[in-house]
Design a binder for this molecule. Structure first.
Ligand code: PMP
Length: 362
């Protein structure tokens, strides 16, 4: 069967070269006579892969030396719980900016265990179409960290500039835009992300944590939930998600070969220009609800004049081999997710489909 153009929000498309390479090693990885799925996570082959993957991430993202990299199971969602559990003392607090579903989940999860407060929310009648202005963000005295989500996967907003919080470190969920652009690490105490959108398959999360923040990890936690223990054990406290790490390793090498973060960022900008260009050219037909300055270059959402046309658009796309563009069930409409691994050519094909659709139905 031919491969489709896959715009699912995650897990999503991986580069063909990466899949082919994994396929070719499936029966005999590195001359071991086994696949990476079968080998011990304590073997020298896996240990080398594990450490190499961390090095690749550090180099590609230009992660400073005073940050540790953890690769854990449990997805980004586990970090919604682990981060407040580790960082907040009983009488301490952290602020949460809620700009969508996942930042809301992070806030609610933290609130079940520790004292946290709502720093800002941009929700209006269940819709998140923008990010807060600087003067909407409350930072209470004594705040240990301010949590935010860099890219809203469901509605399609993205912070272009992060708020200036002075000495209060940012803790940021970058699940849907990690490695999509250059980042100045200085304001961040923690950056974390599920791997399954921009870095590889599902099954692992990357946590990048500054040393002084890591040192604050509470001692009264089970080892499996302790950032300090995972850092001390090099993310090998228990069996890691070996296959996710293996695939991430291949995606990172693929990105390096493409020209690294500069090239990936340029390609993401180009793809965003193409698709928003097509939307803005036909504002009466393709309607974006998102404030222009907040538009995501990863998840593009829009509506058509009626639900019937939206269904026709989605089913018509499917017939031409374009899948995964139905908006999230809570929002409806169309959502195109185009992560680091999506080539520009895929977006060009999609934009041609948009033009063709409007010609026949506009
Ligand atoms: N944060 C964001 C921004 C997401 O998009 C998602 C998943 N789509 C999550 C967190 C949850 O991630 P996971 O499924 O890895 O727990």
């Amino acid at each position: 069967m031919d491969r489709v153009l896959n715009f699912y929000a995650g897990p999503t498309a991986l580069p063909l070269e990466v899949l082919e390479s994994a396929k070719s090693e499936m029966l005999n990885w590195k001359g071991t006579g086994m696949s990476v799925l079968e080998i011990s996570h304590r073997s020298k082959e896996y240990t080398q892969l594990h450490n190499e993957t961390k090095d690749l991430l550090r180099k590609l993202l230009a992660i400073p030396e005073n940050y540790k990299i953890l690769m854990l199971q449990g997805g980004a969602s586990l970090q919604f719980a682990m981060i407040p559990m580790n960082l907040l003392g009983d009488d301490q607090t952290a602020g949460y900016i809620v700009t969508g579903r996942f930042s809301g989940n992070a806030f609610e999860t933290a609130g079940k265990m520790r004292k946290v407060y709502l720093s800002a929310s941009t929700e209006e009648n269940g819709i998140f179409s923008r990010l807060p202005e600087a003067d909407e963000i409350i930072i209470k005295p004594g705040t240990v960290y301010l949590h935010l989500t860099s890219n809203n996967t469901i509605f399609g907003t993205q912070w272009k500039q992060f708020p200036d919080t002075g000495p209060v470190p940012l803790v940021c969920d970058m699940s849907s835009d990690i490695m999509s652009r250059k980042i100045d690490f200085k304001p961040f105490g923690i950056i974390y992300a599920g791997v399954q959108k921009n870095l590889g398959p599902a099954g692992a999360a990357v946590i990048i944590i500054r040393d002084d923040i890591l040192e604050r990890s509470r001692e009264d936690l089970p080892d499996i939930l302790s950032c300090r223990v995972h850092a001390e054990k090099n993310s090998l406290y228990n069996t890691p998600s070996c296959f996710a790490t293996y695939m991430m390793n291949k995606v990172l090498k693929w990105a390096r070969e493409k020209g690294g973060l500069d090239a990936v960022e340029k390609q993401n900008e180009k793809k965003a220009e193409l698709i928003y260009g097509a939307i803005d050219k036909n504002p009466g037909f393709f309607k974006s609800r998102i404030q222009k300055e907040c538009r995501s270059s990863m998840n593009v959402t829009f509506n058509l004049p009626s639900e019937e046309l939206e269904s026709l658009f989605i089913s018509g796309a499917q017939k031409t081999g374009i899948v995964g563009i139905k908006g999230h069930r809570s929002v409806g409409g169309v959502r195109v997710s185009m992560y680091n691994t999506h080539p520009t050519g895929d977006i060009e094909v999609f934009v041609d489909f948009m033009k063709d659709f409007i010609k026949h139905n506009g």
